[in-house]
Design a protein around this ligand. Sequence first.
Ligand code: HEM
Length: 201
Amino acid sequence: MLAALRAGTPEHHHAVERVLDLPGRVRDRRDLVIVLDAMLAAWQPVEERLATAYDWGRLGLDPRLGAAADLLRADLALLADDPPAGRGPAPGDLPALGGAAAAVGGRYVLVGSALGGRVIAPVIERRLGLPEGRGTGFFRRAGRTPDADWRAFRTAVDRRAWSAPERAEAVRAARETFAVIARTAAAAFAARPTTARPRAR
Ligand code: HEM
């Protein structure tokens, strides 16, 4: 299953990376607030839907494994007195994540996203002169256990056999999850541009 998810989503990962353009997009604190706000607008509804879309106990997993919207809120509260409240996707724009396979596809995107954040956080901290973890708690998954979460997710998913249609359904859900996050972030940046010029593509 994880091999199928990895093989089925690199273009979607690249698309979200292009939209976010991190760490390059963040040149000052205001940029960081805009980025975190965009992430929160995307993250929170997906996280909420994922927690209740499936009975995670059947896979032996916490329904909130890897949840991180609270870290985004904490970062925003540290950086801005009055953080903007970006608009998230409408419920109808969220992917269908019901059923084991779709739920696993969506969870893959959220749990896996912690892997890139650790590369991004130190660059942003250096550039903005921020102490480690200040305003970058989400990227660092500060106080969390992202490696253990990733292992727990892999182990739980590998323990079960998945049919080819189930693998396809998981890839569909993962692609749509990447896509809704990219769309939400793109809309947020269009409404409130960051200072950095988008990098040439
Ligand atoms: C510009 C932002 C991003 C960068 C630079 C980035 C970078 C990376 C890197 C370097 C890895 C591999 C880490 C490793 O193998 O140890 C990774 C994995 C991953 N990232 Fe990102 N990422 C970014 C944004 C995101 C976002 C927003 C999501 C989710 C919406 C995401 C989802 C994932 C997933 C699911 C994996 C695991 C892939 C696998 O091993 O199967 N990434 N990312």
